[in-house]
Design a binder for this molecule. Structure first.
Ligand code: ADP
Ligand code: GLC
Length: 483
């Protein structure tokens, strides 16, 4: 018997099983980080094809003959240290495509039902338990888990819930006519519930229904309450200001360890990057150069500000700098970047696609990683950059602002700088930062020191895991006291 206390996590992604972004990394990392703090997380995932395939010999934990009109089962199993509950509902999840989109890149038309069913299953687990296991705390990630507190209420499940916002840009909106088909409580369709301008918002359901709200960096927690960053939910955030907490993400420092990473030529100091840099140049068809080699590893979406980088690119290339970009997403951005590579042969290299191994080789070989996001709840690639001595050049927003120490004169004087920050959403500010990068890079006394500082900066879960644990402790205690 484990002495750890039980938590149910509810999410639509979990690395290494299913991933479209950083959400998966964080959901996949929290169980190990929290186990060391006395909490055992069991993660409920949709039974997508790759998830079912990855779990060897799952056990049937419960039959749900009529989950929102279709038969489903809860399967239990483990994969690489993750303790999983999987909602096996073929009508909802047994299909090709990504978790959210069909092969043509359109949202699945039944996404509301696919994730409402997941939330209902979570509430059933909280209310009835599975095979004697019942969570003390329920931890919800993003809109896909948002209806859970409302279903829990309907079923009389009284455990406290935590709603973590990874990105407030995605609301999980659906029509008001879906109230009945999704089995949502009618009293929830109100200003202080999940009604959003005449529609139903799954994210708002989570924000109004959960006991506590967290987000993935302290700066984003502050930004969320402003009109500029709240994406229409800033009023709800302000109303719940006392229950909102920013806890910075960490990265998996075992998978991202330059001294052990099997995907690279290993190194423990900036000087050890040389062979990786040579290999990276060869891989992207880049020539020798008189400036820094920069990388970008990113979804290509408006959030990431990579259109601004296209505009600012001459500031880098005119000074002998180079760029290797790996990403996929928005077709127009993909084409714009392919054109930029064609226009700058030997200096700009672009790979359209998703490639985990290549991303490791890129951080290992790069002098700098660029993250010019318009907004960034936390961001993980600047932390990979820190760990691999690729100095981050980032927009001063969200978690980017919380993880990078700008190399101004004061920080350079005391020797604590780790990178460069610039005003978000501003191509001219980004161009200036790239100019600064080139100047710092050319100073052989300064740049390796920045890299060493970066490599020493703590980027794991050691600071944040205890904060989640303290939150779970407090909520569980509160519940005992109010019983
Ligand atoms: P977001 O979740 O908004 O996409 P994050 O920086 O939090 O941003 O997380 C993105 C994650 O996805 C990181 O682990 C990053 O390395 C990875 N990633 C993004 N695009 C690619 C790609 N094209 N190839 C490999 N990894 C990628
Ligand atoms: C979201 C955010 C990203 C964050 C990730 C994990 O995808 O866009 O900034 O790092 O979630 O929390």
């Amino acid at each position: 018997m484990s002495a750890l206390r039980p938590v149910l996590a509810v999410a639509s992604e979990c690395a290494p099983l299913v991933k479209t972004g950083g959400l998966a990394d964080v959901v996949g990392a929290l169980p190990a980080a929290l186990a060391a703090q006395g909490w055992a997380i069991r993660t409920l995932l949709p039974g997508y094809r790759p998830v079912l395939k990855a779990v060897k010999r799952p056990r049937v934990a419960a039959d749900l003959p009529d989950l929102m009109g279709a038969p489903a089962r809860l399967l239990a199993g483990t994969v690489g240290g993750l303790d999983l509950l999987i909602l096996d509902a073929p009508a909802l999840y047994d299909r090709d495509g990504s978790p959210y989109l069909d092969a043509q890149g359109r949202d699945w038309p039944d996404n509301d039902a696919r994730f409402a069913a997941l939330d209902l299953a979570a509430a059933l687990i909280a209310a009835d338990g599975v095979k004697g296991w019942r969570p003390e705390v329920v931890h919800l990630h993003d809109w896909q888990a948002g209806f859970t507190p409302w279903f829990m209420r309907g079923l009389g499940a009284t455990q406290p819930s935590v709603m973590t916002i990874h990105n407030i840009a995605f609301h999980g909106l659906t029509g008001a006519d879906r109230l009945k088909p999704l089995g949502l409580p009618t009293d929830g369709f109100a200003m202080d519930g999940f009604e959003y301008y005449g529609h139903i918002s799954a994210l708002k359901a989570g924000l109004t229904g959960a006991r506590v709200i967290t987000t993935v960096s302290p700066t984003y927690a502050q930004e969320l309450a402003t009109e500029e960053f709240g994406m229409g939910l800033d009023g709800v955030i302000r109303a719940r200001g006392h229950d909102l907490l920013g806890i910075l993400n960490g990265i998996d420092t075992t998978a991202w360890d330059p001294t052990r990473d099997p995907a690279i030529r290993r190194f423990s100091a900036p000087g050890g990057k040389v062979a990786n840099k040579r290999a990276l140049r060869a891989e992207f068809g880049l020539s020798q150069a008189e400036g820094p080699l920069c990388v970008v590893v990113s979804r290509l979406s408006d959030q990431k500000g990579l259109d601004l980088l296209l505009a600012a690119l001459p500031a880098l290339t005119e000074r002998g700098g180079q760029l290797a970009l790996l990403g996929s997403g928005d077709r127009r951005l993909e084409n714009a970047w392919l054109n930029a590579a064609a226009a700058n042969p030997g200096h700009v290299g672009v790979r359209i696609g998703y490639d985990e191994g290549l991303s490791h080789r890129m951080f290992a070989g790069a002098d700098a990683v660029l993250v010019p996001s318009r907004f960034e709840p936390c961001g993980l690639t600047q932390m990979y950059g820190l760990r691999y001595g690729a100095v981050p050049v980032v927009a001063r927003t969200g978690g980017l602002a919380d993880t990078v120490i700008h190399a101004n004169a004061a920080a350079l004087a005391v020797g604590c700088a780790t990178g460069l920050t610039h005003r978000p959403g501003d191509a001219a500010a980004l161009a200036l930062a790239l100019t600064q990068l080139c100047a710092l890079w050319a100073d052989r006394a300064v740049f390796p020191r920045l890299q060493r500082n970066a490599m020493k900066h703590p980027v794991g879960w050691e600071a944040s895991a205890p904060r989640y644990a303290a939150l779970y402790d407090r909520l569980a205690q509160e519940r005992t006291e109010t019983r």
